[in-house]
Structure formats: structure tokens, C-alpha cells
Write a protein that binds this ligand. Sequence first.
Ligand SMILES: Cc1cc2nc3c(=O)[nH]c(=O)nc-3n(C[C@H](O)[C@H](O)[C@H](O)COP(=O)(O)O)c2cc1C
Ligand code: SF4
Length: 432
Amino acid sequence: MNTFKPVLTEHIGQPDCHTLSFYKSVGGYTALEKILKMKPEDVTQEVKDSNLRGRGGAGFSTGVKWGFIPKDSNKPKYLINNADESEPGTFKDRLLMNKAPHQMLEGMIIAAYAIGCHTSFIYIRGEFYKEYKILEKTIAEAYENNILGQNILGSNYNLDIVIHRGAGAYICGEETGLIESLEGKRGWPRIKPPFPAIEGYLQSPTIVNNVETLSCIPHIINRGSSWFKSIGPEKGPGPRLFCISGCINKPGVYEEPMGISLKELIYEKAGGIPDDKQLKAVFPGGSSSAILTAEEALDVKMDFEDLVEKKSMLGSAGVIVMDETVDMVQACLNIARFYAHESCGQCTPCREGTVWLVKMLTRLVNGGGKPNDIDMLFEITDNIGGLIDFSKGSYGKTICPFGEAVAWPVRSLVEKFKAEFLEYLPEEKAVA
Ligand SMILES: Cc1cc2nc3c(=O)[nH]c(=O)nc-3n(C[C@H](O)[C@H](O)[C@H](O)COP(=O)(O)O)c2cc1C
Ligand code: SF4
């Protein structure tokens, strides 16, 4: 039996749950009080021990990342809260900012303390105007109550937080594109290494963490790393916010333990598919993940490892459900259009390849497809993002993982639903 109790969304829905007084009434900022008496390295160790992995997409260990901050550097250290949330099918950070902003803020202050940061940023998606206004208020409340500013809660620790609004570019969610944008430049991702923890904002050590990742931190501090590790699979544990959209009876954000089966999520939690239609396919981790057929989807656990085994990924946990009526070629074109529009244009395979994909798929749906189009689609995706083989690591051929983010969904759609693509070829040109 699933005995999981929501952690991050426990109080969401209660009146005024976004306010400081409400947050304090349910134990808010006690984790902050606790860590201000701890050594920063012990805070990092606790987070490392919890096995928390990033909720932004890449799933890297949060504590290990914090530990990369050089101890001997005299440069200022920065923490950036990535609130850009632009991955199609993903809308969980928005909920957290709307309804539990102090939980996120407490996580930020703890993270900043652990890495020795005194100026931190929230980089928020430009379209999130309402959330921006809420966060302005949240931060003002925190300053008024000595939770931010000088000598926080009577300690020697000082921290300022600045909100920076994005301007509508998906690529500014990628951490180095985000940093460039924050520096006032065009949001062009940087070649790594150096990684931001060594050389990030203004060439100084910088940690970028996602809203949901940071929201987990107060709970890890208060309840301990062993408690966190006991939720779901040990290698990637904890509560997780799954965003369910598409052909589904009850779309929304569901907080469940890592490792829940996708079948349970779709059919028990989110009410199944409207009109009892057949499931056809699912993107398990936003539109950047490789698509799963119905058969694969009904046999997968929503954790990092199981999805990699199925040659997809958990990504941002944006679950996009498709029923039997969805045209996979049209869906593919839709996705390709998005990525062609959002490519920053620095790398030739990504800049040119995404436009080629759109042109070829448009030609195909308009009845002008050519016999070797399927092979060409494979070749283009390989040239942008490399072969899909997660077991051997990334084969990316571009500056940032956006290349893989377009190659994986498109290639997997063509590979797994090839017959539908062939059907679009004019009859006399179709070759199986
Ligand atoms: C194209 C692209 C877009 C991304 N968009 C986001 C985003 O909107 N929000 C986010 O948290 N991470 C996003 N990421 C992942 C970030 O680069 C980074 O890994 C993450 O913010 C780190 O935080 P975490 O370790 O807490 O997950 C994106 C990555 C890529 C390649
Ligand atoms: S992969 Fe695409 S989005 Fe990323 S840096 Fe290259 S051109 Fe820009």
C-alpha cells in the first residue's frame, strides 16, 4: 500500500498558504534556525547523504554539486535559483512559487549558507508575472523579519536575494545560458568545462539549482537525510512533483514518491484517459525526453534509473499523455517547430538541423514526402544530438544539451512510430 504523505505540497490549498505567518505556523524556518548553528560543510554533507538529485532535468546530485565549490577561492560565491520553467509539459515550479514560496526561499537561504554565498538570484521565467509579484512580497516579508539581510535570525550570516525576470527564451533555462543572460548578455550557453561551480556568474563559483530541488532542502534538514532516502529508490529518492497533461482526465501536479509506476500515475492518480480511449504513447520527462510506447509506459517506474534503462529520462517529470487519436507525425512536427524556434543558433547542427527537421516534416504532412525522408530524419537527429544510448553517456555534438533535447524526442518518435511516418508518404513513393 502506498503510505506516502505529500511533503512539498502538504499545505497547498489552505488559506494564505503563501504567507510568512502561515509558513511559520507549520514549522517554517526552523530548518534555517538549525543550520545557522551548523558548519556549512555539515549542511552540504547532510544534503549529500540524502541522495537528493536535481529536479530541473539533469538529475545531478545536489550535495555533490555544492561540494564542487572551491574552498580556497577568494571570489564571491553565488547561488542561482532556476525558476525559468519552460520545458513543455512542466508546471510544478510555478505551483511551488505560487503557493509555497517561503518553503523555496528557506531552501535557498540554506543552500546559500552551505556554499558561502552572500548574494543570490532567482531567475524567473518572464511570463510568470503573478509569481514574480508573489516572490517580491515573499522577499519583502523575509527582510522585514530578519530572515534575509544582515545577521539573519541573530547569526553572523548575511544574505541578499535579487529577482531577475527572463524575457521568454527557453534556452535561458539551461544553466550557462541563464548565467549569460543574468550578466546582461545574450543567453548563449557556454562550453563546459569550466562548470559553473568553478566559473559561473561573473567568472565566480556559482551553483544553479531548480525551484523544486531547493524546496526539498528544509525537509531534509528538519527530518534528516535517512528519512529522505527512505522515500523511493535509494539512488534517487524523495518526493517528486509529476506534471500530468495531454489526453488525461485529471491533468495537474501530483506529488508522489520517486519510483511510482507510470501506470499508477496515469490510471489511478490522474483518472485515466478520457472516454476510455487506448493509451498510445507518453513523454515521461517533458518534450525533451524520448517517447515511450504504451507498452513501455505501462511497465516503467518513474525514477532516474528505470527510465534510463528504457532509453528515456525522468527530466523535469513533465508527463505528456497521448491517446490512440494522436497523430505522431503532427506531434513530431509540433515539437520540431518548438525547438527550431528556441535554438539559440550558436551551433550549426542545432541551428540548421532543427530548421531542416521542420521543413522535412512540413513537406511530409503536406503530401510531398520523399522515399528517403525517414533515413534523412534519422541522419539529421544523429547529427544534432548523436545516437541515443544513455548507457554510454551523452553523445552530444553541440555546446549544450539542447541538441539532445531535440534529437531524442524526434528520433524516438520516428523510430517507434515509423509506420505512421511512412503512411504520410505519397503511395507511389512509400517503401517499407
Ligand atoms: C535547454 C535546457 C533548458 C533547461 N531549462 C531548465 C528550466 O527551465 N528549469 C530548470 O530548473 N532547469 C532547466 N534546465 C537544467 C539546467 O541547465 C540545470 O541543470 C538545472 O537548473 C540545475 O538544477 P538542479 O540540479 O536543481 O536540477 C535546462 C537544461 C537545458 C539543456
Ligand atoms: S545546442 Fe542549440 S541551443 Fe545549445 S548552444 Fe548549440 S545552438 Fe544553442
